[in-house]
Every structure is written in C-alpha cells, then in structure tokens.
Design a binder for this molecule. Structure first.
Ligand code: ADP
Ligand code: MG
Ligand code: MG
Length: 249
C-alpha cells in the first residue's frame, strides 16, 4: 500500500506539485492522467526520491512506513519500482545474466542458472517471450513492444510493492499492449503490487480496467473517478473538466 500525503514538490525554483494526496491499496491499479507538463512524471520521480526534484512538504509511506527520508536505492529495497518512459540500453550485458542478478539481489538469494531457468519458464510463456531472446543484450535494438515485455518480466521477478509505469504504452503496438495489460493485472492480483500508471491513451486502460483514475491539473488531483472519467476526457479534453460548472463536478 502506497500513501502520498500532501506532497508539494519543485523542479528548480518552480513548484510543480502543489499538494497531492493519494492512497493506493495493495493490488489496486490507479491511473494518473493530465495535460503535458502538469507533473505526472515529476510525481513518479518524487516518489522514487530522485535528486533532481525537491520535496517541499508532505510524506510518502509504504505499508505505513515513512520512506520520505530515504534515498532512491533504499526506496527500491523497500519495494518501489519505477519504469522509465525510455528504458536504457546496456550493450554488453546479457539479459539472462541481468535478470538473474536482479532476482538474486532483490530476494537475497544465489539461484543457479538452471534454477533460474525454472523460475522464468511460466513467466516467459505468459509474456510470449522466446527463451533465445534472453541471450541478447539488454534493450539493445529492441522494438517498443519487446522492451515493454522485458520490463514486465523484470516486474514479475522483482515483485515490487509499488510499481510506477510512466507512459508505458508510447510506441507499443496493440498486441504488446494487451500483453502488458494482462501482465499488470496478473502482477497486481498475484503479488499484490500497487500500480501507478501514467498514460494518455484509453485503449490500454480498456484492457487493464483500472480501479481508479486521477486527473492532475494545476498541481493537484482535480478529479478522481472510474473509467467513465477517461471516456469523458476523450470526448471533452482537459480544459472542459477544469471548468467549475462541467457535468462531472
Ligand atoms: P508530465 O509528465 O505531466 O508531462 P513533467 O513532470 O515531466 O510533466 O514536467 C512538469 C514540469 O516540470 C514541466 O514544466 C517540465 O518542463 C518541468 N520539469 C520536469 N523535470 C524537469 C527537470 N529535470 N528539469 C527542469 N524542468 C523539469
Ligand atoms: Mg510529458
Ligand atoms: Mg511525463
């Protein structure tokens, strides 16, 4: 469970987040929407404790434990995971080795190559990833869809308490979107991960069927609702819900 309490945060001397409150129970999938530049990515970075962002006031808690004072690595150890909009590629690092190290680190284990094969089997099937592709180098020359599926594989191995997925559907075809959506639902249900998903697109959300939608406007959560809010935004745009007399207020 992730709790964000009255978070105000700045980039440089500009305050971007002006009092964000958010509660995401274990296993729930919440979506953050809002116009470009409103601070959706900023929120993700602030939750992860990135040094480029200043938390002016407020608290971030995981399962009731205040993690506001921790650095990014310590937050990751507590079970926070942020997937970047553009994942880094690391030529020279084989995916299979990378994933096994990640797994061992996260679970304080030393599983062998053959043990790890067994752990991977059902996950590769679910994500429709061919085993041979694990011999490639991390994200090197991958298509958008491949990168996202490997990201989902990372999530399944890390088993985070909280996962923040920022614009995961940019440049991903509809088949890969379906796989991504199915894996998000699977991870939320089986592992109990709380998800924050940032997206501009209704299609991915139709596949995911999230628990809640939040719209950030002017540095605050302006509105929360269910999928009908997404449909309203598709129809009317963000300016419409900013109006004090719009139907949804
Ligand atoms: P969104 O993800 O909603 O499109 P962002 O969180 O990326 O918005 O950005 C919010 C505002 O903060 C924008 O005005 C953006 O230019 C600014 N900003 C974000 N990150 C940085 C940064 N590292 N350096 C300078 N300005 C930034
Ligand atoms: Mg943006
Ligand atoms: Mg962004």
């Amino acid at each position: 469970m992730l709790s964000i309490k009255n978070v105000k945060a700045s980039v440089g001397d500009k305050e971007i987040l002006k009092g964000i409150d958010l509660e995401i129970p274990a296993g729930e999938i919440h979506v953050i929407m809002g116009p470009n530049g409103v601070g959706k990515s900023t929120l993700g970075h602030v939750i992860m404790g990135s040094k480029n962002y200043t938390l002016n006031t407020g608290k971030i808690l995981i399962d009731g434990e205040d993690i506001t004072g921790l650095d990014t690595a310590e937050r990751a150890k507590k079970g926070l995971f942020l997937a970047f909009q553009y994942p880094v590629s690391i030529p020279g690092l084989k995916i299979s080795e990378y994933l096994r190290n990640l797994y061992n680190l996260r679970h304080s284990k030393q599983v062998s190559v053959s043990e790890f094969r067994k752990i991977l089997k059902s996950k590769l099937e679910l994500l429709n990833i061919e085993r041979a592709s694990l011999q490639r180098y991390l994200n090197d020359g991958f298509s958008g869809g491949e990168m996202k599926r490997f990201e989902m594989l990372q999530l399944m191995l890390i088993e985070p308490k909280v996962a923040i997925l920022d614009e995961i559907d940019s440049g991903v075809d509809v088949d890969a979107q379906k796989i991504v959506a199915e894996s998000i639902k699977h991870i939320a249900k089986e592992i109990g991960t709380s998800f924050i998903i940032v997206t501009h697109y209704q299609r991915l959300l139709n596949f995911i069927n999230p628990d809640k939608i939040h719209v950030i406007l002017d540095g605050k959560i302006n509105q929360s609702g269910d999928m009908s809010l997404v449909e309203e935004l598709e129809r009317e745009g963000y300016e419409y819900i900013r109006q004090p007399n719009s139907s949804s207020l």
